[in-house]
Write a protein that binds this ligand. Sequence first.
Ligand code: ZN
Length: 535
Amino acid sequence: MRTFVVSSKLTAYGAVLLALTLVAMAWTVSGQQVKRSSVSDAPRIRATVPAGAAALTARQHFLEMFARAYFPGRTGQLLVVPREGDFITRPDPDVAYMHGSPWEYDVAIPLMFVGPAVRTGLYSMPAVQQDVASTLAAALGVQMLPTVTGRVLPVLRTDFARPRVVMLVVLDGMRRDYFDRYPASMPTLTALRQRSAWFTHAEVNFIPTCTPVGHSTIATGTDPSVHGITGVSVYDRTHRRGHDLFAERMPQDLMTLTLADIWQLETAGRAVILAQGSIDRAATPLAGHGACQLNGTPVVLVSYDRQTGAWASNPDCFVLPAYLKDRNARTLWQASAEWMGHRIDSPSAVRYSALFPGFEADALIAMIEHEPIGEDDVADLILLNYKCADFVGHKYGPDSDELRVTLGEMDRHLARMLSALEAKVGANYLLAVTADHGMPSKPLSPDRRHFAPAIVDLLHEKFDPEAKQLITSFEPENLQIFVDEDRLQHLGLTLRDLAHFLESQPFLFAVFTNDDVRRAAHAAKPVTPTRRRSK
Ligand SMILES: [Zn+2]
């Protein structure tokens, strides 16, 4: 058993080493594209290194990934990395699988650009979510803020014509390897990949790998340590309660401007900007700040409400189009209350089925048809969170028939959305496709699935058995445990005591304190090459 653990850590270390080597390689060939030989990624080279050194190097790498998402007042007190192949979730059948970690299955994401402006081919240089906004901004002819940590990827032709529309599709929870495992189920995405600039090594370079952090990073082009979205939630010590980031589609938690923000300011509100998503914490960062920034415009934001089954917005900052107000996901189970043997007859449950992508696509197509997309000389922006690979992956896992069928329906409806766009603007649009994070596979044994409340109990039994007040919040997708530091002091303990105890648990690979991460953030050298645009 022990041997397996070490070797699995080594495998991941190989990937880390390779990624680091590629950083160096990519910049010595200065962004030249590699000729396409086939659609599959090159096999990964595995490095052989002593276990102790490997573990230490991986540990340091993960500390830096947490540091890239460090934000004062928001980051939790204890930051945990599960062992590779183990994951932490909550006892809820809808989230039998949970992402968040720095391991390959959670960080390896697709990234491709398609359109007449794009130089097609395989790009083996490292690429990260931070690069997407700057690259799309370059296609629009603007620059992101100087605080961006991404760069313009060298995918645009030198003499390209400005696209009439830039469309960004974030496939939620879409592991890169789904493209290799399910190509027959995804003819549209597979064909797009074959005529795209495809990045073979696109990875998330921070922890936690979760939805709001990924979408905010893609939308702003900055590290989470700049945009301030550090997880799905933070603990509000002042009011002694959890705070969900982007709750009620409020953009105020996002501390920097998005591509949509920059473009609406640049065009004085003339650009049509449409953002849609099936969870508030994905849809809102794509939309940006709308009218809730100085001199801002109320851009269209449409987000699925799992209580009502309708589309919702936030009228203070955004617009909900009238033609979407009567649409409701309840129509999806009129024919049958079951899908593949599972009950789907509620606005929440239907999201975990292949029926939901059609509902998402119908809304986007209605917007494309009703809004003046591509009708003037100002390029328009469509930002879509396409959610179902995540929902179905959480519930049934990456290896399930349910996921394969869902990918097939997502693909079929993506083709409909692109046809609607092409009917409006022809071929001259730029499409970017990526993901916010991946998803772990089925654990090798049931005891490698862990539950956050049990870990809180473990800490309380050890350190605060009577009052059980020490831990204030632990949501598994954050990989951050919030500790009441007054209580900690009262008990005569330090964060280090808790971290040592947790690190002795076999299912945890590393545990850091807030102090560790803050220090690493101050010492950090960005892994993303800091070279700015070369003009
Ligand atoms: Zn997600």
